[in-house]
Write a protein that binds this ligand. Structure first.
Ligand SMILES: Cc1cc2nc3c(=O)[nH]c(=O)nc-3n(C[C@H](O)[C@H](O)[C@H](O)COP(=O)(O)O)c2cc1C
Length: 352
């Protein structure tokens, strides 16, 4: 079977230029991550989940508010909640902010979310889940996507029963991460379920879970019939993996490239979250970027104890002075200006 990851596909009338989707990851998928994902070949990027409960009571622990930039499109914004009316309201805000797709989270296994009746628990309440999808689909003109786990307990096949009902209710695409909520991230994603789901619905299906290479992406697409693969953890601190997954060209980045991308990521994140939030948020990224044998381990340890991101940036550029020129080029290419700030809080309690 001929499989080209660079082929475009459609969710209703939204054209997605490649068959690679960047996963929504709470605590990771900030705007800098999404924009970078687009530059490295993701055809569709997805925001972190935003809480529709935030509309009513704004006391959630959040990372701040969602920002959408002009170079992120096509962009899916993910919402979570358990009330059809509040979800419809959130969907309208998300559409007004420029989302090309409204994504609904029925996959989050984190207790803080499931105890409110949202996330993966909705898989055990198909009537409510369908009511949410219907209410959201009626509220907006853009297509609705739904992201699910296979079910709540190990071995569950709930997604195969619920998925077709959600399409009936108005979902224009489904993403399946075929692990149970109970599994969290242990074991392996069982894409035989993805293949079954593809055979049951007439909308495009996105396969999520354990795709980290071009070979694996092709195998998943070939054996499931999915329209696209979604990549999450494999892209953390490693946008070069996205390029390899799309094109099959495996080129390790130079130290200068790693530093230029990381410094750009730091600057963009500080702009988005502010220095105080960003400095804590960014620490995990230092290990992700600088690991994989790219820099000696003590260098990362030095960075994570520094208080200010300015200081981190200085150390990084001192370690790879040639990165300055690359960084200037990257910054020159970023469009500035027309950003939309969305008054929906980004939840830090993510998962799916
Ligand atoms: C840190 C982290 C946060 C996540 N947050 C979300 C989320 O907010 N919404 C969601 O639908 N899935 C979330 N996920 C699940 C991913 O989107 C994806 O389905 C899962 O990680 C499997 O793909 P992977 O093997 O490529 O990482 C999260 C995953 C991780 C690792």
């Amino acid at each position: 079977m001929r499989i080209d990851l660079r082929e475009s596909w459609f969710v209703r009338d939204v054209e997605i230029p490649t068959r690679l989707v960047l996963a929504p990851m709470a605590g990771v998928s900030v705007q800098a991550f999404r924009r970078q994902g687009r530059r490295f070949g993701a055809g569709l990027v997805c925001s972190e989940m935003v809480s529709c409960a935030g509309i009513e009571h704004r006391n959630e622990k959040t990372l701040g508010y969602l920002r959408v930039a002009s170079d992120e499109h096509p962009l899916a914004i993910q919402i979570f909640g358990s009330e059809p009316r509040a979800m419809a309201e959130a969907a309208r805000m998300v559409e007004a902010a420029g989302a090309d797709l409204v994504d609904i989270n029925f996959g989050c296994p984190v207790r803080k979310v499931t105890k409110t009746g949202a996330g993966a628990t909705l898989l055990s309440e198909p009537a409510r889940a369908a009511a949410i999808v219907e209410s959201v689909a009626n509220a907006v003109d853009v297509p609705i996507s739904v992201k699910m786990r296979r079910g709540l307990r190990d071995g569950s096949r709930t997604a195969l029963e619920v998925g077709p009902q959600l399409v009936e209710a108005g979902a224009a695409t489904l993403t399946l991460h075929p692990r149970s909520a109970q599994q969290m991230y242990t074991g392996a994603a069982d894409h035989t379920l993805t293949a079954e789901l593809v055979s049951l619905v007439d909308v495009p299906v996105i396969a999520s879970g354990d795709v980290t290479s071009h070979a694996r992406a092709r195998a998943v697409l070939a054996t499931t019939g999915a329209a696209a693969v979604m990549v999450g953890r494999g892209a953390q601190g490693n946008p070069w993996a996205l390029r390899e997954i799309v094109d099959g060209e495996d080129a390790e980045p130079s130290r200068e490239e790693v530093v230029a991308e990381l410094v750009l990521f730091i600057r963009e994140t500080v702009r988005e979250l502010g220095e105080r939030r960003a400095s804590g948020f960014l620490k995990k990224f230092y290990g992700w970027y600088l690991g994989r044998g790219r820099f000696p381990r003590p260098f990362k340890q030095e960075l994570v104890v520094l208080d200010s991101t300015d200081e981190v940036e200085r150390r990084l550029l001192a370690a790879a002075p040639g990165a300055r020129r690359l960084l200037e080029e990257l910054e020159a290419e970023l469009p500035g200006g027309d950003e939309v700030l969305l008054h929906l809080p980004i939840s830090i309690y993510g998962g799916g």
